[in-house]
Design a protein. Sequence first.
Length: 216
Amino acid sequence: MGVIVAPSLLSADFGHLDRDLDMINRSDADWLHIDVMDGVFVPNISFGFPVLKSVVALCSKPLDVHLMIVNPDNYIERFAALGTMSLNVHYEACTHLHRTIYEIRRCGMKAAVTLNPATPINVLEDILGDVQMVLLMTVNPGFGGQKFIEHSIEKVARLREMIDRGGYNTLIEVDGGVNFETGKRLVEAGVDVLVSGNTVFSSSNPEEAIRRLKNL
Ligand code: DX5
Ligand code: ZN
């Protein structure tokens, strides 16, 4: 069945959102990845609820929301009401991560914890059994189109081992600089979900790019 592929809305053409979301709906994409940035946790601002309301109306794929914001707890219920499937919160933004994770689950969403490139995976030791997914950032969050951080391959392999050793069924998702070459090595290292912005949306044939990513 191949790896799960989640194209990232951040790289879409917001002047032609209906056209780009039609493409996603027709494609083999499994999820739509949605990057919410507040200009505080990361040095960029993306989009908020008014835009996401339109996205939800146009998109038939499950929504994988990546919150790059401080105080994500304040917005959990609103993302659930939007119809979010999985909610990714940054480890670095959550003082009481266990509480945040259980609030996300209580609201009926899959809970995922996200790590920045410099955050070691050993911080997951006491939360791994409580989350449905770990999102490893393979670039520093904030912008699409950045260069893949090579160290991520080895980090994925260590996380794969940690998950298998614990007997968990936690998914591993990666985000940033994923192309056909880095994607293939990430899948070999044990990744379950590939997020891809530029590789999909800057392709002359985005549907074909999604198919290629799925079959790496
Ligand atoms: C970066 C975002 C990513 C971004 C990935 O902070 O979290 O989801 O859209 O874009 P690419 O695939 O172009 O690196
Ligand atoms: Zn993201």
